[in-house]
Write a protein of this length. Structure first.
Length: 318
């Protein structure tokens, strides 16, 4: 059995990007891995791109019979994983040669840690409006994250104080998880668009400790065709945060549950401000997001009304 399963979900990959990704995997100092590629059925011939790599028996290629979506394809990758540790690697991203070795060393030394986040650079291939957000993320991480192990209670408390913003755990291709944790918390939410990783990290934090490795071990590529940019630009996932809060609150008890409720209420105000900005720009939000917020309003009308009053009052005062 390989020490680690590398999971690559693909959807219309850029051949140059995917080749660079796979070459980065082959360059790893840790060589005891299996690589599972699950490809969505599109007009891009991904098999032709990866065919030369399949002569290496560590690689597997699986073609989905139908499009499963982001979460569905992530879950299919997990279903093939045979190793005790799993690491997602996206079709655009590049690991430094010591990435897997670093992650395995941490998990070998810290048995209470169920998942590890590893620092990385953001590679901006296009000049997109999201660039400032990523720069701010780097600043926040440098300010609030100390390297090393965090207990689940300690990290969750800090993150709730920040209203779960930004995503401090990070993007899946720079998070390595024990399969026992994947099995315990269950599959990714296939109906969630932009926040499915955050929702998953919150479930993980309810069952295991976390480790942050601050050495730069790769590059997360940002370009106009990336799913993360398209979801941000369309408004998809704008209200997924509400679902995350509702599920988290349901799973917590005592003082931590109270902190989650307080954080949710503050986040409602923040989401109202973001929604008003999008409306002003003529963008609005996706129909999926709208249906979720309507459900939330029906469940918590006073929280939403209070949030609108506070936001409008601040605007009038300014």
């Amino acid at each position: 059995m390989p020490r680690i399963s590398v999971l690559i979900p693909t959807y219309k990959p850029n051949s140059l990007h995917l080749t660079e990704t796979l070459e980065g995997l082959l360059a790893q100092t840790e060589t005891d891995w299996e690589c599972i590629i699950c490809d969505e059925p599109t007009d891009v011939d991904t098999h032709a791109i990866v065919m030369e790599y399949l002569v290496d028996e560590r690689f597997q290629f699986h073609k989905n019979e139908k499009c499963l979506g982001i979460g569905g394809n992530w879950n299919r990758c997990v279903s093939f994983a045979a190793s005790p540790i799993s690491a997602f690697l996206f079709q655009d991203d590049i690991w430094e040669p010591t990435y897997l070795e670093t992650a395995l060393s941490i998990l070998g030394k810290h048995h209470s840690v169920g998942f590890v986040s590893i620092n990385h650079r953001y590679q901006h291939d296009d000049d997109l409006w999201t660039k400032d957000g990523y720069h701010n993320l780097d600043k926040v991480k440098a300010k609030v994250l100390r390297p090393g192990m965090w207990s689940k209670e300690e990290f969750l408390t800090m993150w709730l104080e920040r209203n779960m913003h930004p995503n401090l755990i990070g993007e899946p291709p720079f998070v390595v998880l024990r399969k026992s944790v994947l099995d315990e918390v269950g599959p990714f939410d296939e109906h969630m668009v932009q926040f499915l990783d955050v929702e998953y990290w919150l479930r993980c934090l309810q069952v295991t400790d976390w480790f942050y490795e601050d050495t730069i071990q790769g590059r997360f590529r940002i370009h106009g065709n990336a799913a993360s940019f398209q979801n941000n630009d369309s408004g998809n996932g704008l209200y997924d945060r509400l679902t995350c809060y509702e599920r988290l609150i349901k799973g917590l008890k005592g003082p931590m549950r109270k902190k989650a409720i307080q954080s949710r209420n503050r986040s409602v105000e923040d989401m109202i401000k973001k929604f008003m900005v999008r409306v002003k720009k003529g963008k609005g939000a996706s129909s999926q997001g709208s249906s979720r917020v309507i459900k939330f309003v029906l469940l918590h009308p006073f929280i939403v009304i209070n949030g609108f009053i506070k936001v409008i009052s601040r605007r009038l005062l300014n």
